[in-house]
Design a protein around this ligand. Structure first.
Ligand SMILES: Cc1ncc(COP(=O)(O)O)c(C=O)c1O
Length: 398
């Protein structure tokens, strides 16, 4: 099946049909499974027989999701998790031990930043943050033995890019595994494993579901890494993906390519509109002609994706007031910290997703009070633009 084209695999790969031969993926909503005999149960626990035993360890619907994701990402193996954060935490906690070292880009989603800067150090793990856009900083930080290198590219919210190939080369020289959070790009627009990364993680809650229904996560890595670290960690600590959520995500994957391509097209229409508006300041979008890292976009991304971040032009002292007023005047676009939905959503990272960062951390990541992050949905881009235009006109003046 994985020799087929992407669009075919999104629909057909991984299906785990029951004896009833249903067309849609079956939902095995069960916590446990029954053994024919005590001997069979014993053999299963001794791993002399491979079969489903308990849904914390494995479930046919979750397995179908995992198979489809692995084919989509061109990875040897996938493990589903309850959320994107569970995916990242599983990677870190299954592999690292006291005394180990992590080097990470500082441009991270708030909860990823919390794990790296607050939780890992409590377990005796040294963490070093670098400006992920600056290869010199990576080079300097990766002079010592390191266990994991972690980054988001594009990052949340300012879409900073990290050169996956160059950083992977540096990381591998000091023995580190490279973990990429590929949430913004999606498996449709960027495949980090093909650029040298070792592990990819997703919040499946975002574009993979794509319709704002369920939480989920995924870890994509080598069979060896999954066998030695991910499998025993998930099995024994339980950040497992629910079969119901896996079933919803399977349905989401079927339309992932169509949605992401359509959202990307609309995002470009919106960027075009924003660029000619006198009310808009800096715009962050990977394929925009003004984007500082567009050479890296070309190197590793197929297209720019569905997320745009931009600043409103205001006086410094009125940044928050004017931006809140703009958000509150939007009618179609809704205020939500989620992203990747079929509905267009907008958030103010300074007071929501990144509010826990210190002022200095926010400044260094360009998370200003007049910055908003727009997740472009599936509505007609003409209507989204009209909504933004009306809200800009009605918003408090700068
Ligand atoms: C880049 C990125 N990584 C990880 C996550 C965490 O995902 P989840 O909410 O599924 O735990 C998010 C959520 O917003 C995100 O934007």
């Amino acid at each position: 099946m994985n020799k087929k084209k992407l669009s075919t695999n999104l629909i057909r790969a991984g299906i785990n049909r029951s004896k009833f031969m249903e067309t849609s993926d079956p939902l095995f909503l069960t916590s446990g499974f029954i053994y024919e005999s005590a001997e069979e149960a014993e053999k299963s626990f001794k791993e002399e027989k491979t079969r489903f035993m308990y849904s914390r360890f494995g479930n046919p619907t979750v397995e179908a999701f995992q198979k489809k994701m692995a084919i989509l990402e061109e990875a040897e193996e996938c493990w589903g998790t309850a959320t994107g954060m569970a995916a990242l935490f599983t990677i870190f906690m299954s592999y690292l031990k006291a005394g180990d070292r992590v080097v990470s880009s500082k441009a991270l989603f708030g909860s990823c930043h919390h794990i790296v800067t607050k939780i890992l150090p409590r377990f005796g793990i040294e963490t070093v943050l670098v400006d992920g856009t600056d290869l010199n900083q990576w080079e300097k930080a990766l002079k010592k033995k390191t266990n994991i290198v972690f980054f988001e590219t594009p990052s949340n919210p300012c879409l900073d890019l990290v050169d996956i190939k160059e950083v992977s080369n540096l990381a591998h020289k000091v023995g580190a595994l490279v973990v990429v959070d590929n949430v913004f790009a999606t498996p449709i627009l960027q495949k980090p494993l093909n650029h040298g990364a070792d592990i990819v993680m997703y919040s499946a809650t975002k574009h993979i579901d794509g319709q704002g229904r369920v939480l989920g996560g995924a870890i994509l890595a080598s069979k060896k890494f999954c066998k030695n670290y991910v499998k025993p960690f998930i099995r024994n600590t339980g950040p497992s993906l629910s079969p119901f959520n896996a079933w919803i995500l399977l349905k989401g994957i079927e339309t992932l390519e169509l949605r992401v391509n359509r959202q990307t097209k609309s995002a470009k229409d919106i960027v075009k509109y924003l660029k000619q508006s006198s009310k808009i300041g800096r715009i962050y979008y990977p394929t925009d002609s003004g984007f500082l890292q567009k050479q890296i976009t070309k190197k590793q991304m197929i297209d720019g994706g569905s997320i745009i971040s931009f600043e409103l032009k205001t006086l410094k002292e009125k940044e928050k007031k004017v931006t809140f007023s703009f958000l509150n005047k939007l009618k179609l676009t809704e205020i939500s910290n989620n992203l990747g939905d079929s509905k267009t959503l907008i958030t103010h990272p300074y007071t929501t997703t990144h509010h826990k960062l210190t002022s200095d951390e926010k400044i260094s990541l360009r998370i200003t009070k007049n910055l908003v992050r727009l997740s472009v949905g599936l509505e007609d881009s003409i209507d989204i633009i009209e909504d933004i235009d009306n809200a800009l006109k009605k918003a408090e003046k700068k």
